[in-house]
Design a binder for this molecule. Sequence first.
Ligand SMILES: NC(=O)c1ccc[n+]([C@@H]2O[C@H](COP(=O)([O-])OP(=O)(O)OC[C@H]3O[C@@H](n4cnc5c(N)ncnc54)[C@H](O)[C@@H]3O)[C@@H](O)[C@H]2O)c1
Length: 355
Amino acid sequence: MPGAQARLATLSVMKILVTGGAGYIGSTTAKALEDAGHVPVILDSLLTGPHAFVRDRIFYEGDIGDRDLVSRIVDEHPDLDATVHMAARIVVPESVEKPYEYYRDNVAKSLELFDQLVGLGKPRLVFSSSGSLYALKDDASTDAGPPFEVREGDPLDPTSPYARTKQMIERVLEDMAAATDLRAIMLRYFNPIGSDPDLESGIYAKEPSHVLGQLVMASRGLTDGFTITGTDLPTRDGTGLRDYLHVWDLARAHVCAVERFDSVIADAGSPSVVINVGRGEGITVRELVEAFERVTGYAVPTTEAPPRPGDAVGAYANVDRAHELLGWRTELSLDDAIESALAWSERRLEVLGYR
Ligand SMILES: NC(=O)c1ccc[n+]([C@@H]2O[C@H](COP(=O)([O-])OP(=O)(O)OC[C@H]3O[C@@H](n4cnc5c(N)ncnc54)[C@H](O)[C@@H]3O)[C@@H](O)[C@H]2O)c1
């Protein structure tokens, strides 16, 4: 795509299709794109994302698998430079109960979207993949790099239908990019928390299953306390470990990916590339609770319980490739992210109409 590459280099304002742009990360990414001077165009079915998150944006309500709609969007926005594909069903336990819906919506409909975009001459795609694809190291004494750190080339072993849909799409993108004009940057996200700087969007689930949501509920006395599941794991304090990053940093990674799209693909030396996006640091559950207490000044009542089935020790990202190819690194701390999540929880009523 040499012509397109030259065009991208001279363009300062980009127009980006964001599927799933009414969701948590999608709406934050739309905001980060606007912040960088670009124009997001949102395609979302509002299956879960709230209308409040797309209110002031170019918005198409509909399904990613609707070829006619995708065609209309491209007709009405012939200057689209790239697509960020985030639309998906994302609830792990639900994916165990409803595998058909997950494979249909996440895999089959994505296939239709990709084929349609390539056919319409819109081949640049950034895909929301997940750090949950990695085979976890359950032994800290491994000699393959620092314990619990995962690199893009490490073995994969997704453990839920949800995560397997992500792995399948990665394979689809790799194969389609090898055979067609499609070019794909697949970002494996770790654990985003927090809101955007103006507190316009954040976690919107009514009963957040997310660990930070549970901490907020416990600190407000809305639940009996925070349960640490798994205290005998081979980590430094026995509790599971995750790589938490501020959702605003994650959103900015997409801005880097679309702005540098052609050079990322050229530097990667292949038509598709996988890139970890995390802080590059593992935080244990106990450390997260401590950070939460430090930021809020409140003691969180905790209880301890054995690991739930499927609970994993966890992992954190090696982010060398993100530094090299995207020129991206995190700018916000864990405490910033917790502060932002707390501020968002105060703002939810105003934006969403419920606490
Ligand atoms: N939140 C995380 O921790 C995390 C981690 C790794 C990867 N991801 C991935 O990032 C992406 C965004 O995640 P999120 O947390 O913002 O989720 P989210 O549920 O808030 O957003 C997904 C959006 O996609 C929309 N959608 C679902 N199916 C659709 C369809 N068929 N057509 C059109 N729109 C549809 C939903 O209405 C929703 O607004 C997802 O692909 C998810 O798998 C998220």
